[in-house]
Write a protein that binds this ligand. Structure first.
Ligand SMILES: N[C@@H](CCC(=O)N[C@@H](CS(=O)(=O)O)C(=O)NCC(=O)O)C(=O)O
Length: 211
């Protein structure tokens, strides 16, 4: 399998972490698509992913799976432990919900801030920007940080009693926040402590070493 990837990217980090957590490193090769050169907007890549985003998982038969959640669900289904997307219907529902909430209220919000209220990927790629919209999403991300701090005051993981895709998505959001220098607000000690612990996981710490 091939993962079309931007090594330092927060969304690609989600899949890199999932690959390492599942122990699939030996089955996957990474191929860099240069976002800063706009390679993800070219026809060759758009044929792999209409949405023009990374990462994309390409299977041996040429099937391309985009969207981090879908890629993680595919990898999780490949073989046994650990389970990242839930073992029971209840776990699956809660993990998907909390992962999606981490996307909407943090990761995607920081991404919009990056693309609209900062130079982003540069003028050749950011063809339309709306700074007000970007700043509103930055504020949404800060509210999201407070929300996840309250979630993590009630338990050690984002969704239930074990590490899951929801934790990985939140890690992606905080990676992006770090990249755009958006600090955790005062009062988010539970989120801060949780993230410090997550960064000690080999799958998180060594994610760039996969390629
Ligand atoms: N919903 C997509 C979003 C993926 C995404 O936005 N990826 C970024 C890569 S990175 O910002 O994390 O490095 C991208 O392709 N950005 C290119 C662009 O937005 O032009 C997913 O979950 O995979």
């Amino acid at each position: 399998m091939t993962i079309h990837d931007w090594p330092i990217g927060p969304y690609p980090a989600r899949v890199r972490i999932a690959v390492a957590e599942k122990g699939l490193q030996s089955r996957i090769r990474f191929e860099t698509v240069n976002l800063r050169k706009g390679e993800h907007r070219k026809a060759e890549f758009l044929a792999r992913n209409y949405s023009g985003t990374l990462p994309v998982l390409e299977l041996e038969d040429g099937t391309c799976i985009a969207e981090c959640t879908a890629i993680t669900e595919y990898l999780d289904a490949l073989d046994g432990t650990p389970t990242l997307t839930g073992r029971t219907p209840r776990e699956k529902g809660l993990i998907h919900m909390m992962s999606r909430r981490a996307e909407l209220e943090l990761l995607d919000a920081v991404s919009v801030y990056f693309h609209h209220a900062t130079p982003g990927l540069g003028p050749d790629v950011e063809l339309y920007q709306n700074a007000e919209w970007g700043l509103r999403q930055r504020d949404r991300a800060l509210r999201g940080m407070h929300h996840f701090d309250s979630v993590l005051r009630r338990g050690p993981f984002v969704a239930g009693s074990a590490f899951s895709m929801a934790d990985i998505t939140l890690i992606g959001g905080l990676i992006f926040a770090g990249l755009v220098k958006l600090p955790l607000p005062e009062g988010c000690e539970a989120l801060r402590d949780w993230y410090a612990g997550m960064q000690e996981r080999p799958s998180v710490r060594d994610r760039l070493a996969l390629s």
